[in-house]
Write a protein that binds this ligand. Structure first.
Ligand SMILES: Nc1ncnc2c1ncn2[C@@H]1O[C@H](COP(=O)(O)OP(=O)(O)OP(=O)(O)O)[C@@H](O)[C@H]1O
Ligand SMILES: [Mg+2]
Length: 506
């Protein structure tokens, strides 16, 4: 059941009696934070030209334990950012104006690890969509609720921690793979991070579901790197790439003469992964006979090599990955229901890249730094047009495709910035041209109904409208000119009723 939202303090100018100390950097020395509170090391830059709002926010954030700099103008914000490092910017920017856009773009390009939350005076769907597209983490039109704002700020700072550490990935002395190798600042990825951290230490079987290139193998490695087996082996087996007849022998090993061609005893991957982790990728490709053996390993931790009656014990953590819905495979009779229930213990859903537009600038910048360093090129970032094009593309190959696209652009560009013309022509054409959506989406093989094609844009518009109205459903329905029941139904269909982090925080 969703918790009932309690009425919190409302940050409104009329609640405030003092006036802000403009342009001061204030850091509290108060160390009596509750356990879960942020330490004073987090620094927030607040920009609002309304002096009373500014002072209210400054005081509220300072009382929560953050270091706060309060400024009234974008030029002052720029000076502050150039002087010291901030974790988060809370800014009253009207993103509808060209000036507002420029300010946000400049911040995101120059300080990509500093998260930005916009707190404009007036909200609109278009502006919310634009803000997220330009890299803002959130869009909260006024009036602001203190409790709600605290929750959002706390979540943003947690994310900033991940981002900060992820940026160090490019350093050659860095660990090859850990939680910080995973880049993402959207709330969908925040959930993934929380889940990974929660399950890493347990021995629970993990099922990772996501389209190709969303990072399933990466996440599996990260889980391994976080658990006590990290010094043991990590073995990845792509079940789809091995002929069905050889798969069982590949996993469990065989004895000499077990089948034609088995000229010597061979240890399988489960044996090789002893004391560590095994990732069984494309698990939906496992044939029925293998599914039965897998069930036994998962339940009893025991298996026999082919042709042997010697029972071996598997001291192995099992992670499974799939890019198709196993539930649907069960319904179609292709996957054993008992095995599905056994492996569906902890389910990590990796969202496609097109559903986390806010991560695109961050990931693109990360890959740019990585490939520019590799090819000894000095590149400052992306042109606005290039970024906008990338954010409008469908990315059927997800993060892998983005990485390849940036690698190509870094090699080809003759400018300091990556321009739109440096992006792959097919990508630009898919975005600009009149390529039908389903082709731009990469669904060249299977047909897509109009309803399916319109689902994603509809979901995004709803999300933006809900955010623009602070998740007030009545106002959202009015803004979109649909009735409330229709809105509820659509929210349910797109699972937006679950995607309401602000409410849970409040
Ligand atoms: N969030 C992320 N941050 C940084 N790099 C990422 C992220 N997600 C994916 N990558 C990188 O993108 C590439 C593809 O990721 P990965 O191989 O893990 O995808 P996958 O889901 O396992 O794909 P497939 O279904 O084809 O096996 C890898 O180079 C990986 O390091
Ligand atoms: Mg993979």
């Amino acid at each position: 059941m969703r918790p009932v939202r309690k009425p919190g303090n409302v940050v409104r100018p009329e609640d405030v009696d003092g006036v802000a100390s403009i342009n001061t950097f204030a850091r509290t020395r108060n160390s009596s934070y509750p356990q879960d509170s942020p330490g004073p090391t987090h620094r927030i830059l607040v920009l609002d030209e309304d002096a009373i709002v500014l002072s209210t926010l400054e005081r509220m954030l300072r009382d929560t334990g953050y270091g706060v700099a309060a400024v009234a103008r974008p030029s002052e914000a720029l000076q502050a950012l150039e002087k010291s490092e901030f974790d988060l910017i809370l800014a009253d920017l009207q993103i509808e104006t060209e000036a507002g856009c420029e300010v946000l773009q400049n911040w995101r390009q120059r300080w990509p690890a500093t998260e930005v939350i916009l707190i404009p005076r007036y909200g609109s769907i278009e502006a919310a969509v634009k803000a997220v597209r330009l890299g803002a983490l959130d869009y909260l039109p006024k009036p602001l609720r203190a409790e709600h704002l605290r929750g959002v700020v706390q979540a943003a700072l947690r994310q900033r921690e991940h981002t900060r550490q992820a940026r160090s990935l490019a350093r050659p002395d860095d660990q090859p793979c850990n939680l910080h190798s995973v880049i993402g600042s959207t709330h969908q990825m925040q959930r993934v991070f929380d889940l990974i951290e929660a399950v890493a230490e347990s021995t629970a079987t993990v099922l990772i579901h996501g389209e190709t290139g969303t990072g399933k193998s990466l996440i599996a490695r990260v889980i391994h790197s976080l658990c006590s087996r990290r010094d043991g082996p990590f073995i990845e087996v792509s079940c789809g790439a091995i002929p069905e007849t050889l798969l069982a022998s590949e996993l469990f090993g065989h004895t000499r003469g077990a089948f034609t061609g088995a000229v010597a005893d061979k240890d399988g991957k489960f044996r090789a992964a002893q004391g560590g982790t095994i990732l069984l990728d494309e698990i939906s490709c496992a044939p029925p006979s293998l599914q039965m053996k897998l069930l036994r390993v998962l339940q009893e931790r025991q298996f026999e090599p082919l042709g042997s009656n010697r029972t071996l014990t598997a001291d192995v953590r099992v992670i499974l990955a799939t890019n198709v819905s196993l539930q649907k495979e069960v319904e179609a009779g292709r996957f054993r229901a008992d095995l599905f229930y056994r492996i569906n213990v902890v389910n990590v859903e990796l969202p496609p890249l097109r559903e986390r537009l806010g991560d695109i600038p961050l990931l693109a910048t990360h890959f740019l730094q990585h490939y520019a360093a590799k090819s000894h090129k000095r590149l400052t970032g992306f042109s606005d047009e290039a970024l906008a094009t990338m954010q409008r593309y469908y990315w059927p190959g997800n993060v892998r495709e983005l990485a390849n696209c940036i690698e190509r652009a870094v090699v080809l560009t003759r400018h300091e910035q990556v321009l739109k013309s440096d992006l792959p022509p097919a990508l630009v054409q898919a975005v600009d041209g009149d390529t039908p959506l389903h082709l731009a989406a990469g669904f060249t093989g299977s047909a897509m109904t109009l309803k399916e094609a319109l689902a994603e844009p509809e979901r995004r518009i709803l999300l933006a409208a809900l955010r623009a109205n602070n998740w007030n459903r009545i106002q959202t329905a009015e803004m979109l000119n649909i009735n409330r029941t229709t809105l509820y139904k659509k929210m349910k269909r797109y699972r937006l009723d679950e995607a309401e982090p602000e409410r849970r925080e409040a």
